[in-house]
Design a protein around this ligand. Structure first.
Ligand code: C5P
Length: 226
């Protein structure tokens, strides 16, 4: 089989505050997405790494990507939502007999290449595909609009969805065409009535979302280099 990575990086990072999208914030002297791409580049089975930027992106061109020579393919077709960004890029991925797409958030910079290998090994013969995920550790509450708890949601069986999310190209295309109001690819596949498989990963593969997340990511990456 052929495997390619697709990295949606067309978000504006509004929850971060500031004007620099989070994928370009500084993490140990490099933009966040540089670390993300380095992790994917370490996975030899990924034939190519496609990056989806917004058409207005002014940041990408100011960095040096030569480390990834030949493996990166940049598409400037980002949409208004993550699902749209992914859907816009998929038609450009079919050429080289690609069967599996691994969609990975630009903002998950602490991904380890071994986790991607684990995911591929677990799913390469799967009917549906699936995603990395971590069991929920906290007790989960549902709140009303006024901030008062109305329910404790039993935590067993609850997982936090991560990425990569690995699906066959045709299935992903069909799922996102039919169900675009989703926050991840698995959601669109589930909406077709299919059951994606969860592959256990660790919590260090978190999504950089808030300003304090950068310090944590730096700590995780530095500890690995040591
Ligand atoms: O905003 P959120 O954290 O859910 O974004 C997840 C990923 O999707 C990020 O890598 C972000 O850049 C990307 N994204 C995108 N196009 C959008 C919104 C988000 O590619 N319109």
């Amino acid at each position: 089989s052929a495997f390619v990575a697709l990295v949606p990086a067309a978000g504006s990072g509004s929850r971060m505050g500031g004007t620099t999208p989070k994928q370009y914030l500084d993490l140990l002297g490099k933009p966040v997405i540089w670390h993300t791409l380095r992790a994917l580049a370490a996975v030899s089975r990924l034939q190519a790494i496609h990056v989806v930027l917004s058409a207005e992106d002014e940041w990408w061109a100011s960095y040096d990507w030569s480390l990834f020579d030949g493996r990166l393919v940049v598409h400037r077709c980002g949409g208004a939502t993550r699902a749209e960004s992914v859907a816009n890029a998929l038609p450009h991925l079919g050429a080289a007999g690609t069967d599996w797409i691994l969609v990975h958030d630009a903002a998950r910079a602490c991904l380890r290449g071994e986790q991607v290998d684990t995911l591929i090994d677990a799913l390469r013969d799967d009917e549906v595909g699936g995603l990395l995920a971590a069991p929920v550790a906290d007790t989960m509450k549902r709140a009303q609009a006024d901030g008062r708890v109305c329910e404790t949601v039993p935590r067993d069986g609850l997982w936090q969805a991560q990425t990569p999310q690995m699906f066959r190209l045709e299935l992903l295309q069909r799922a996102l065409a039919a169900h675009s109001a989703v926050t991840d690819e698995a959601g669109a596949v589930e909406a077709l009535g299919l059951l994606p498989r969860l592959v256990a990963a660790d919590a260090t593969n978190f999504k950089i979302t808030y300003p304090q997340d950068l310090a944590l990511a730096a700590q995780i990456l530095r500890a690995r280099e040591a």
